[in-house]
Design a protein around this ligand. Structure first.
Ligand SMILES: [Zn+2]
Ligand SMILES: [Zn+2]
Length: 235
């Protein structure tokens, strides 16, 4: 497969993954409104139509950027690109997925915090923060430059480490799930988890929603550990 075709295939996968997760959660939590949403919604006001449209259009444009970067990352491995069958043991595969999550969590925290620097914010991250009350469609709503920064780390990591496509694919679904969860607008975790010694480190939807609402603090993605260690955690 030539490079352009590979980029097109990755773009299509990104788009389907985004529509499935953002569309499904939007319909379940916000279209078929239910008591759970009403009881656990984070902000009182509803999503504005213009915000939904902007979030969708920026997210779709980022599917192209992600597709292009993924094609660069995996072009050399195209023989096995759609072979998701894992030859490594379960333990090794799970180990690689945990590695990807921890690496990405660290990368994301520092990249995100850097983009909040006044000299960076206006020409990169401002687009994502146009959503003060984000919907699930904001999951990939980034300025194109930020879109590149969101995934550029995959180029070196995919070349340095022998991670199988199956593990990358599972990671790809975890990350879109985490992104949509952060922008869900509804808190689905029980309140008691925030008091648990271990579970309190899971980033909640409220954590990221507060980040959109107040701009500062809660920069992390999967876990709140970096925020807690660096004193940027909003209580
Ligand atoms: Zn931010
Ligand atoms: Zn966000």
């Amino acid at each position: 497969m030539d490079f352009i075709r590979l980029a097109a295939v990755f773009t299509a996968i990104q788009f389907v993954r985004y529509i499935l997760f953002a569309g499904f959660t939007y319909i379940v939590f916000w279209k078929l409104k239910n008591n759970f949403t009403e009881k656990n919604r984070i902000q009182k006001n509803n999503f504005a139509k213009k915000d939904l449209r902007r979030e969708f259009l920026y997210s779709v444009s980022n599917c192209f950027i992600f597709g292009f970067i993924l094609a660069i990352s995996f072009y050399d491995r195209q023989i096995d690109i759609f072979n998701l069958k894992m030859t490594a043991s379960y333990l090794e595969s799970i180990g690689w997925i945990i590695f990807l999550i921890l690496f990405h969590d660290t990368y994301f925290y520092w990249m995100h915090k850097t983009l909040h620097h006044p000299k960076m914010f206006n020409w990169t991250h401002k687009v994502h923060h146009l959503s003060k009350n984000p919907s699930p469609f904001a999951a990939l709503s980034f300025h194109p430059l930020e879109g590149v920064l969101e995934v550029i780390w995959i180029i070196p990591i995919s070349r340095i480490f022998p991670i199988e496509m199956g593990a990358w694919a599972i990671f790809g679904f975890i990350i879109i799930g985490i992104n949509v969860l952060g922008h869900l607008g509804v808190e689905i975790y029980p309140g008691s988890w925030t008091k648990n010694k271990f579970l309190k480190y899971l980033n909640t939807s409220t954590n990221h929603n507060d980040h959109h609402n107040y701009y500062h603090g809660n920069y992390s993605l999967y876990f709140s550990a970096w925020d807690r260690w660096m004193g940027t955690f909003r209580k």
